[in-house]
Design a protein around this ligand. Structure first.
Ligand SMILES: Nc1ncnc2c1ncn2[C@@H]1O[C@H](COP(=O)(O)OP(=O)(O)OP(=O)(O)O)[C@@H](O)[C@H]1O
Ligand SMILES: [Mg+2]
Length: 321
């Protein structure tokens, strides 16, 4: 059975009577032990997808307007807010892009972490919880973990806060782990350590991982499959091998060309896909990538392509419109 099935997910920003589409028709499936990479430039809708799965969209301004979400076969959209909260932290966890969102600023990190255990593993003794916490922090490269447990979030550096949050997300060995750019604030050694931990969790206990990043390069080693998102839609989804060996969508091809290489300067990299992701408010017919696509035809300008054989692009598959 799949851990997660998302079908036709749409999310809107609602402002008075105006609804702005932020996500449209997102389909994703994750099996136990599988890592799915979700890639795309800034503003493409990656974080919103993660928040929608967790039930943490900033309502009422941003809300799910369509679609179904199933977690281990159970519909999430019909669950009570309390039941959904119960799942978070134990069965599904998210490592946020901005660590302060996950931590309570007025509570010592040790007691926040301990609370997670007390709620979800009420049978553990406090000394076992303490041992697990210390081990969990050591696993993510936190030095002097005992001392850190008594700190408030603001007393920690950005990198340490990030590691605290990662330890918190991994603590209860969730069935589904959503990682939103989890290592961007960390130095390379710790990055590698954290990626290793995620991999081990996935391999040993079958955690399904949704790994969000703007950088396809990170996914080469980590992901089994990769979904590429552009302007609120999935434009391509392939095995990691096929994404790198034979990307179909011109947007994926552009992203691959922008993977940092030692022989390129930052300027050359940024120049590779000209233009910017359109604002969600921008009216745009056809494929939303067409203004930036050097292969766009008249069809691309007026008809939205459907996903066929892993790519939503008129250049691939039989598009009959
Ligand atoms: N609370 C909100 N109200 C209105 N629009 C929002 C809100 N949150 C996000 N958006 C818009 O939704 C779109 C997708 O945002 P999202 O944060 O999911 O992008 P992302 O792919 O995670 O980008 P990044 O790589 O920068 O983190 C963006 O255009 C963003 O401006
Ligand atoms: Mg984001």
């Amino acid at each position: 059975m799949s851990v997660l099935e998302i079908e036709a997910l749409s999310v809107d920003a609602v402002d008075g009577t105006q609804a702005v589409p932020l996500l449209r028709g997102v389909d994703l499936t994750l099996s136990p032990g599988e890592t799915l990479g979700l890639a795309g430039e800034s503003g493409s809708g990656k974080t919103l997808t993660g928040l929608a799965i967790m039930g943490l969209l900033p309502q009422p301004a941003v809300r799910m307007t369509q679609g179904t979400l199933r977690f281990q076969g159970q519909s999430l959209t019909t669950l009570s807010p309390k039941a959904r909260q119960q799942l978070r932290g134990s069965a599904m966890a998210m490592i946020f892009q901005e660590p302060m969102t996950a931590l309570n600023p007025v509570q010592r990190v040790g007691s926040q972490l301990a609370e997670l255990y007390q709620i979800h593993r009420p049978n553990l003794s406090s000394s076992t919880i303490r041992q697990e916490l210390i081990q969990g922090l050591a696993n993510v490269g936190v030095s002097e973990p005992e001392r850190r447990l008594t700190s408030y979030p603001h007393e920690l550096s950005g990198g340490l806060r990030q590691r605290m949050m990662i330890a918190m997300a991994l603590a209860l060995k969730p069935r589904l782990l959503i990682c939103d750019e989890p290592t961007t604030a960390l130095d390379v050694t710790i990055q590698a350590q954290v990626l290793d931990l995620i991999r081990t969790l996935s391999r040993e206990i079958g955690t399904a991982v949704l790994f969000i990043t703007h950088d396809l390069g990170v996914l080469a080693e980590l992901a089994d499959r990769v979904a590429v998102m552009y302007a609120g839609r999935i434009v391509e989804e392939q095995s990691v091998w096929d994404i790198f060996a034979s990307p179909k969508h011109p947007y994926t091809q552009g992203l691959l060309r922008s993977i940092p290489r030692l022989d390129q300067s930052a300027q050359t990299r940024l120049a590779i896909i000209p233009g910017q992701v359109p604002q969600p408010t921008e009216p745009l017919s056809g494929c939303r990538f067409h203004p930036r696509c050097d292969q766009a035809t008249a069809l691309c300008r007026h008809t939205q392509p459907r996903m066929i054989d892993g790519a939503a692009c008129h250049l691939f598959g039989e598009q009959t419109c």
